[in-house]
Design a protein around this ligand. Structure first.
Ligand code: ZN
Length: 409
Protein backbone atom coordinates (compact mmCIF):
# COMPACT_ATOMS: atom_id res chain seq x y z
CA UNK A 1 0.00 0.00 0.00
CA UNK A 2 1.46 3.34 -1.09
CA UNK A 3 0.85 7.04 -0.65
CA UNK A 4 1.66 8.99 -3.81
CA UNK A 5 2.88 12.58 -3.41
CA UNK A 6 2.42 13.82 -7.00
CA UNK A 7 -0.67 13.15 -9.16
CA UNK A 8 -2.50 15.37 -11.67
CA UNK A 9 -6.27 15.21 -12.07
CA UNK A 10 -8.46 16.76 -14.74
CA UNK A 11 -10.71 16.21 -17.69
CA UNK A 12 -9.52 16.19 -21.29
CA UNK A 13 -9.26 19.70 -22.80
CA UNK A 14 -10.08 20.25 -26.46
CA UNK A 15 -6.92 21.18 -28.34
CA UNK A 16 -8.57 24.08 -30.20
CA UNK A 17 -8.89 25.86 -26.87
CA UNK A 18 -5.12 25.74 -26.41
CA UNK A 19 -2.62 28.26 -27.79
CA UNK A 20 -0.60 26.57 -30.55
CA UNK A 21 2.68 27.68 -29.01
CA UNK A 22 1.80 25.83 -25.79
CA UNK A 23 0.89 22.52 -27.36
CA UNK A 24 4.47 21.29 -27.46
CA UNK A 25 5.27 22.08 -23.79
CA UNK A 26 5.97 18.99 -21.65
CA UNK A 27 3.02 19.64 -19.31
CA UNK A 28 0.69 19.96 -22.29
CA UNK A 29 1.99 17.19 -24.45
CA UNK A 30 -0.83 14.94 -25.65
CA UNK A 31 -3.24 17.01 -23.54
CA UNK A 32 -3.35 14.55 -20.73
CA UNK A 33 -6.46 13.73 -18.84
CA UNK A 34 -6.88 11.80 -15.63
CA UNK A 35 -10.46 11.75 -14.40
CA UNK A 36 -11.22 10.60 -10.90
CA UNK A 37 -13.07 7.62 -12.34
CA UNK A 38 -10.07 6.46 -14.34
CA UNK A 39 -7.59 7.27 -11.58
CA UNK A 40 -9.62 5.27 -9.06
CA UNK A 41 -9.01 2.18 -11.18
CA UNK A 42 -5.30 2.91 -11.65
CA UNK A 43 -4.91 3.55 -7.93
CA UNK A 44 -6.57 0.29 -6.98
CA UNK A 45 -4.43 -1.65 -9.43
CA UNK A 46 -1.23 -0.09 -8.14
CA UNK A 47 -2.20 -0.18 -4.45
CA UNK A 48 -2.23 3.61 -4.10
CA UNK A 49 -4.21 4.28 -0.91
CA UNK A 50 -3.72 8.07 -0.85
CA UNK A 51 -2.67 10.52 -3.53
CA UNK A 52 -1.75 14.18 -3.34
CA UNK A 53 -3.76 15.50 -6.30
CA UNK A 54 -3.73 18.78 -8.17
CA UNK A 55 -4.74 20.04 -11.64
CA UNK A 56 -2.79 19.98 -14.90
CA UNK A 57 -1.03 23.31 -15.55
CA UNK A 58 -3.13 24.32 -18.57
CA UNK A 59 -3.18 28.14 -18.49
CA UNK A 60 -6.05 28.47 -20.99
CA UNK A 61 -8.44 26.95 -18.44
CA UNK A 62 -9.50 29.30 -15.63
CA UNK A 63 -8.06 28.40 -12.22
CA UNK A 64 -11.55 28.12 -10.75
CA UNK A 65 -12.44 25.34 -13.18
CA UNK A 66 -9.21 23.49 -12.43
CA UNK A 67 -9.76 23.76 -8.70
CA UNK A 68 -13.42 22.83 -8.92
CA UNK A 69 -12.54 19.59 -10.65
CA UNK A 70 -10.04 18.58 -7.99
CA UNK A 71 -12.59 19.34 -5.26
CA UNK A 72 -15.20 17.32 -7.11
CA UNK A 73 -12.76 14.43 -7.26
CA UNK A 74 -12.16 14.82 -3.52
CA UNK A 75 -15.90 14.62 -2.86
CA UNK A 76 -16.17 11.45 -4.92
CA UNK A 77 -13.13 9.74 -3.42
CA UNK A 78 -12.43 11.52 -0.14
CA UNK A 79 -10.70 8.35 1.05
CA UNK A 80 -8.15 8.56 -1.79
CA UNK A 81 -7.71 12.16 -2.94
CA UNK A 82 -5.72 14.63 -0.84
CA UNK A 83 -6.24 17.89 -2.74
CA UNK A 84 -3.98 20.81 -3.46
CA UNK A 85 -5.37 23.70 -5.50
CA UNK A 86 -3.86 26.31 -7.78
CA UNK A 87 -3.35 29.82 -6.35
CA UNK A 88 -6.44 32.02 -6.27
CA UNK A 89 -7.79 34.91 -4.20
CA UNK A 90 -7.60 34.38 -0.45
CA UNK A 91 -11.39 34.14 -0.08
CA UNK A 92 -11.49 31.36 -2.66
CA UNK A 93 -8.69 29.41 -0.99
CA UNK A 94 -10.27 29.89 2.44
CA UNK A 95 -13.59 28.60 1.14
CA UNK A 96 -12.01 25.16 0.63
CA UNK A 97 -11.42 25.02 4.38
CA UNK A 98 -9.86 21.92 5.83
CA UNK A 99 -10.55 19.89 2.67
CA UNK A 100 -7.41 21.14 0.95
CA UNK A 101 -3.90 20.57 2.25
CA UNK A 102 -2.28 23.44 0.44
CA UNK A 103 -1.55 25.29 -2.78
CA UNK A 104 0.39 24.14 -5.80
CA UNK A 105 2.38 26.65 -7.81
CA UNK A 106 3.35 25.95 -11.37
CA UNK A 107 5.72 28.00 -13.48
CA UNK A 108 3.35 28.02 -16.48
CA UNK A 109 0.75 29.75 -14.30
CA UNK A 110 3.32 31.88 -12.50
CA UNK A 111 4.36 33.31 -15.87
CA UNK A 112 0.74 34.46 -16.29
CA UNK A 113 0.69 36.15 -12.91
CA UNK A 114 -1.12 33.30 -11.19
CA UNK A 115 0.79 32.84 -7.97
CA UNK A 116 0.17 32.79 -4.24
CA UNK A 117 0.07 36.38 -2.95
CA UNK A 118 1.16 37.39 0.56
CA UNK A 119 -2.36 37.02 1.95
CA UNK A 120 -2.58 33.45 0.70
CA UNK A 121 0.92 32.69 1.99
CA UNK A 122 0.01 34.12 5.38
CA UNK A 123 -3.07 31.91 5.41
CA UNK A 124 -1.04 28.83 4.47
CA UNK A 125 1.37 29.52 7.31
CA UNK A 126 -1.38 30.09 9.87
CA UNK A 127 -3.47 27.11 8.87
CA UNK A 128 -0.39 24.84 8.56
CA UNK A 129 -0.99 24.06 4.91
CA UNK A 130 1.72 23.34 2.38
CA UNK A 131 3.04 25.05 -0.70
CA UNK A 132 4.21 22.87 -3.58
CA UNK A 133 6.56 24.54 -6.04
CA UNK A 134 8.90 23.75 -8.91
CA UNK A 135 12.39 25.07 -8.38
CA UNK A 136 14.53 24.04 -11.31
CA UNK A 137 15.43 27.57 -12.35
CA UNK A 138 17.23 30.34 -10.48
CA UNK A 139 14.14 32.57 -10.49
CA UNK A 140 12.37 29.90 -8.46
CA UNK A 141 15.17 29.68 -5.99
CA UNK A 142 14.73 33.45 -5.49
CA UNK A 143 10.99 32.98 -5.05
CA UNK A 144 11.43 30.27 -2.42
CA UNK A 145 14.03 32.39 -0.67
CA UNK A 146 11.51 35.26 -0.46
CA UNK A 147 8.69 32.99 0.75
CA UNK A 148 11.00 31.28 3.22
CA UNK A 149 12.22 34.50 4.74
CA UNK A 150 8.76 36.01 5.14
CA UNK A 151 6.86 32.83 6.01
CA UNK A 152 9.46 30.43 7.40
CA UNK A 153 6.89 28.04 8.89
CA UNK A 154 5.20 27.14 5.61
CA UNK A 155 6.14 23.61 4.69
CA UNK A 156 7.33 23.75 1.09
CA UNK A 157 7.39 20.68 -1.13
CA UNK A 158 9.86 20.94 -4.00
CA UNK A 159 8.42 19.19 -7.06
CA UNK A 160 10.77 16.66 -8.68
CA UNK A 161 13.42 17.73 -6.15
CA UNK A 162 14.15 20.64 -8.50
CA UNK A 163 15.73 18.43 -11.17
CA UNK A 164 16.31 20.32 -14.40
CA UNK A 165 15.38 17.83 -17.12
CA UNK A 166 12.59 15.20 -16.81
CA UNK A 167 13.77 11.64 -16.15
CA UNK A 168 17.22 12.70 -15.02
CA UNK A 169 18.72 13.82 -11.74
CA UNK A 170 20.40 16.73 -13.47
CA UNK A 171 20.99 19.71 -11.17
CA UNK A 172 18.72 18.28 -8.46
CA UNK A 173 21.38 18.12 -5.76
CA UNK A 174 22.82 21.50 -6.70
CA UNK A 175 19.41 23.22 -6.65
CA UNK A 176 18.22 21.55 -3.45
CA UNK A 177 21.49 22.39 -1.69
CA UNK A 178 20.94 26.02 -2.67
CA UNK A 179 17.42 25.95 -1.29
CA UNK A 180 18.49 24.43 1.99
CA UNK A 181 21.15 27.12 2.34
CA UNK A 182 18.85 30.07 1.71
CA UNK A 183 15.84 28.88 3.74
CA UNK A 184 15.87 29.94 7.41
CA UNK A 185 14.18 26.70 8.46
CA UNK A 186 15.39 24.04 6.04
CA UNK A 187 13.56 21.36 8.05
CA UNK A 188 10.41 22.79 6.41
CA UNK A 189 11.61 21.86 2.93
CA UNK A 190 10.47 18.54 1.46
CA UNK A 191 11.56 16.95 -1.78
CA UNK A 192 9.46 14.80 -4.08
CA UNK A 193 11.13 12.07 -6.12
CA UNK A 194 8.80 12.07 -9.14
CA UNK A 195 10.29 11.82 -12.65
CA UNK A 196 13.90 11.81 -11.48
CA UNK A 197 14.30 8.15 -12.42
CA UNK A 198 17.86 8.04 -11.19
CA UNK A 199 18.45 5.92 -8.10
CA UNK A 200 21.81 7.51 -7.28
CA UNK A 201 20.37 11.02 -7.24
CA UNK A 202 17.42 9.97 -5.07
CA UNK A 203 19.77 8.26 -2.65
CA UNK A 204 21.92 11.37 -2.49
CA UNK A 205 18.84 13.52 -1.81
CA UNK A 206 17.89 11.21 1.06
CA UNK A 207 21.40 11.24 2.50
CA UNK A 208 21.85 14.99 2.12
CA UNK A 209 18.47 16.29 3.27
CA UNK A 210 17.16 13.53 5.55
CA UNK A 211 14.96 10.50 4.97
CA UNK A 212 12.02 12.24 6.70
CA UNK A 213 12.06 15.09 4.18
CA UNK A 214 11.71 13.05 1.00
CA UNK A 215 8.37 12.02 -0.49
CA UNK A 216 7.80 9.47 -3.20
CA UNK A 217 5.64 10.66 -6.10
CA UNK A 218 4.73 9.30 -9.53
CA UNK A 219 3.65 12.43 -11.47
CA UNK A 220 0.94 10.17 -12.91
CA UNK A 221 -0.21 10.34 -15.71
CA UNK A 222 2.87 12.14 -17.06
CA UNK A 223 4.22 10.15 -20.02
CA UNK A 224 1.68 7.41 -19.40
CA UNK A 225 0.26 8.26 -22.81
CA UNK A 226 3.35 6.86 -24.53
CA UNK A 227 2.41 3.50 -23.09
CA UNK A 228 4.89 3.38 -20.26
CA UNK A 229 3.79 1.95 -16.93
CA UNK A 230 4.56 4.96 -14.74
CA UNK A 231 3.93 3.21 -11.44
CA UNK A 232 5.96 0.16 -12.30
CA UNK A 233 8.98 2.23 -13.31
CA UNK A 234 8.85 4.67 -10.40
CA UNK A 235 8.48 1.82 -7.92
CA UNK A 236 11.21 -0.40 -9.31
CA UNK A 237 13.53 2.51 -8.85
CA UNK A 238 12.58 2.88 -5.20
CA UNK A 239 13.03 -0.79 -4.60
CA UNK A 240 16.58 -0.45 -5.82
CA UNK A 241 17.14 2.14 -3.12
CA UNK A 242 16.04 -0.27 -0.45
CA UNK A 243 13.07 -1.71 1.31
CA UNK A 244 14.69 -2.92 4.48
CA UNK A 245 16.11 0.23 5.98
CA UNK A 246 12.97 2.23 6.64
CA UNK A 247 13.62 4.35 3.55
CA UNK A 248 10.80 2.77 1.61
CA UNK A 249 8.21 3.22 4.39
CA UNK A 250 9.21 6.81 5.02
CA UNK A 251 9.11 7.78 1.35
CA UNK A 252 5.96 5.93 0.37
CA UNK A 253 3.78 6.44 3.45
CA UNK A 254 5.04 7.86 6.71
CA UNK A 255 6.31 11.25 5.49
CA UNK A 256 3.14 11.79 3.45
CA UNK A 257 1.06 11.01 6.54
CA UNK A 258 2.97 13.44 8.72
CA UNK A 259 2.74 16.22 6.16
CA UNK A 260 -0.77 15.98 4.79
CA UNK A 261 -3.03 13.80 6.91
CA UNK A 262 -4.84 14.26 10.18
CA UNK A 263 -4.09 12.02 13.16
CA UNK A 264 -6.72 9.62 11.88
CA UNK A 265 -7.49 9.02 8.26
CA UNK A 266 -10.04 7.11 6.20
CA UNK A 267 -8.75 5.08 3.29
CA UNK A 268 -9.80 2.13 1.23
CA UNK A 269 -8.95 -1.28 2.71
CA UNK A 270 -6.21 -3.36 1.10
CA UNK A 271 -5.64 -7.12 1.32
CA UNK A 272 -2.84 -6.52 3.86
CA UNK A 273 -5.50 -5.13 6.23
CA UNK A 274 -7.16 -8.49 6.41
CA UNK A 275 -5.70 -9.65 9.73
CA UNK A 276 -6.51 -6.34 11.44
CA UNK A 277 -10.08 -6.41 10.16
CA UNK A 278 -10.50 -10.02 11.22
CA UNK A 279 -9.33 -9.06 14.73
CA UNK A 280 -11.95 -6.32 14.88
CA UNK A 281 -14.68 -8.80 13.96
CA UNK A 282 -13.42 -11.33 16.51
CA UNK A 283 -13.43 -8.77 19.30
CA UNK A 284 -17.11 -7.87 18.89
CA UNK A 285 -19.57 -8.65 21.66
CA UNK A 286 -22.47 -11.00 20.92
CA UNK A 287 -24.88 -8.06 20.88
CA UNK A 288 -22.75 -6.24 18.33
CA UNK A 289 -22.65 -9.33 16.16
CA UNK A 290 -26.46 -9.47 16.30
CA UNK A 291 -26.76 -5.80 15.34
CA UNK A 292 -24.58 -6.45 12.31
CA UNK A 293 -26.23 -9.79 11.48
CA UNK A 294 -22.71 -11.16 11.19
CA UNK A 295 -23.43 -14.88 11.29
CA UNK A 296 -25.71 -14.60 8.25
CA UNK A 297 -23.04 -13.03 6.06
CA UNK A 298 -19.84 -14.70 7.12
CA UNK A 299 -18.83 -15.75 3.63
CA UNK A 300 -19.45 -12.39 1.95
CA UNK A 301 -17.51 -10.63 4.67
CA UNK A 302 -14.57 -12.96 4.40
CA UNK A 303 -14.48 -12.38 0.63
CA UNK A 304 -14.56 -8.61 1.08
CA UNK A 305 -11.82 -8.83 3.70
CA UNK A 306 -9.69 -10.77 1.30
CA UNK A 307 -10.07 -8.35 -1.59
CA UNK A 308 -10.48 -5.14 0.39
CA UNK A 309 -13.29 -4.20 -1.97
CA UNK A 310 -16.12 -2.02 -0.65
CA UNK A 311 -14.44 -1.50 2.69
CA UNK A 312 -13.11 1.79 4.00
CA UNK A 313 -11.05 1.77 7.17
CA UNK A 314 -10.20 4.36 9.79
CA UNK A 315 -6.47 4.24 10.46
CA UNK A 316 -4.95 5.98 13.49
CA UNK A 317 -1.59 7.72 13.62
CA UNK A 318 0.15 4.52 14.67
CA UNK A 319 -1.11 2.81 11.53
CA UNK A 320 -3.70 0.69 13.40
CA UNK A 321 -7.17 0.14 12.07
CA UNK A 322 -9.72 1.29 14.64
CA UNK A 323 -12.91 0.97 12.60
CA UNK A 324 -14.37 0.19 9.23
CA UNK A 325 -17.43 0.60 7.04
CA UNK A 326 -18.47 -1.95 4.41
CA UNK A 327 -20.94 -1.09 1.68
CA UNK A 328 -22.42 -2.66 -1.40
CA UNK A 329 -23.35 -0.90 -4.62
CA UNK A 330 -26.91 -0.19 -5.63
CA UNK A 331 -27.93 1.23 -9.03
CA UNK A 332 -27.63 4.99 -9.58
CA UNK A 333 -24.51 5.61 -7.50
CA UNK A 334 -26.21 4.43 -4.31
CA UNK A 335 -24.43 2.69 -1.48
CA UNK A 336 -26.01 0.32 1.00
CA UNK A 337 -24.15 0.29 4.30
CA UNK A 338 -23.66 -3.35 5.26
CA UNK A 339 -21.67 -2.88 8.45
CA UNK A 340 -20.10 -0.02 10.32
CA UNK A 341 -17.97 -0.73 13.35
CA UNK A 342 -15.56 1.08 15.64
CA UNK A 343 -13.38 -0.78 18.15
CA UNK A 344 -14.62 -0.32 21.73
CA UNK A 345 -11.35 1.29 22.87
CA UNK A 346 -11.59 3.88 20.06
CA UNK A 347 -15.15 5.03 20.61
CA UNK A 348 -16.21 8.55 21.55
CA UNK A 349 -14.07 10.29 18.90
CA UNK A 350 -16.75 10.49 16.23
CA UNK A 351 -15.12 7.87 14.01
CA UNK A 352 -18.39 6.17 13.08
CA UNK A 353 -19.77 9.53 12.03
CA UNK A 354 -16.69 10.24 9.91
CA UNK A 355 -16.84 6.82 8.24
CA UNK A 356 -20.50 7.23 7.43
CA UNK A 357 -19.95 10.79 6.21
CA UNK A 358 -17.23 9.61 3.86
CA UNK A 359 -19.74 7.27 2.18
CA UNK A 360 -22.48 9.93 2.12
CA UNK A 361 -20.13 12.38 0.37
CA UNK A 362 -19.17 9.85 -2.30
CA UNK A 363 -22.67 8.75 -3.26
CA UNK A 364 -25.96 10.20 -4.48
CA UNK A 365 -27.89 8.11 -1.97
CA UNK A 366 -26.68 6.18 1.06
CA UNK A 367 -29.02 3.61 2.55
CA UNK A 368 -28.78 1.47 5.65
CA UNK A 369 -30.80 -0.81 7.84
CA UNK A 370 -30.75 -0.76 11.62
CA UNK A 371 -32.43 -2.89 14.23
CA UNK A 372 -34.94 -0.87 16.24
CA UNK A 373 -33.07 -1.91 19.36
CA UNK A 374 -29.80 -0.35 18.11
CA UNK A 375 -30.30 3.06 19.71
CA UNK A 376 -26.76 4.29 19.06
CA UNK A 377 -27.01 3.79 15.30
CA UNK A 378 -30.48 5.30 15.21
CA UNK A 379 -29.19 8.44 16.92
CA UNK A 380 -26.28 8.61 14.48
CA UNK A 381 -28.61 8.16 11.48
CA UNK A 382 -30.80 11.00 12.70
CA UNK A 383 -27.81 13.23 13.37
CA UNK A 384 -26.61 12.71 9.79
CA UNK A 385 -30.05 13.50 8.30
CA UNK A 386 -30.96 9.96 7.28
CA UNK A 387 -34.71 9.65 6.73
CA UNK A 388 -36.55 6.46 7.74
CA UNK A 389 -38.51 5.07 4.80
CA UNK A 390 -40.15 2.09 6.48
CA UNK A 391 -41.86 3.40 9.59
CA UNK A 392 -44.20 0.48 9.93
CA UNK A 393 -41.43 -2.12 10.02
CA UNK A 394 -41.40 -4.13 13.19
CA UNK A 395 -37.77 -4.90 13.89
CA UNK A 396 -35.76 -3.14 11.23
CA UNK A 397 -35.69 0.48 10.13
CA UNK A 398 -34.51 1.25 6.61
CA UNK A 399 -32.91 4.65 6.14
CA UNK A 400 -31.96 6.78 3.13
CA UNK A 401 -29.70 9.78 2.99
CA UNK A 402 -29.83 11.78 -0.24
CA UNK A 403 -26.78 13.88 -1.09
CA UNK A 404 -28.05 16.87 -3.04
CA UNK A 405 -24.52 18.23 -3.45
CA UNK A 406 -23.23 15.20 -5.27
CA UNK A 407 -24.03 16.12 -8.85
CA UNK A 408 -24.13 19.86 -8.56
CA UNK A 409 -20.40 20.52 -9.12
ZN1 ZN B 1 3.56 17.10 -12.20
Amino acid sequence: MLYDGHVHLGRKIKSERIEDSNLSLPGYRHLYSNTIESFSKVAKLNRIAKALCFPFPIVEVPVKIHNRYVMQAFRKRNDLVVPLVFPDKLSQIQAFGSSIKGVKEHFYLHNHGITADDQVLEYLQQSEKCLLVHAHRDSWVDYISRVGNRFPNIKIVIAHSARYIPFTGKKAIENCTNLVEIHPKPENLFFDTSTIRDAETILEIINSFGVENVIWGSDYPYENITGEDVYKIELELLQKIGRGNNVFDNLTRLNFKRLFLEEETIREAYPEDRADLQNLLDDMTDQEKTFLALSAKKEIISKSLQSGNHIRVMENNQGCIVGFIRTSDRPGNCALVEEIYVKSSARGHGYAKQLLNSIIQSHSVTSMKTLKSNQKMIRLAEKLSFVPNSNDAKRVIKWDRINIDYDSY
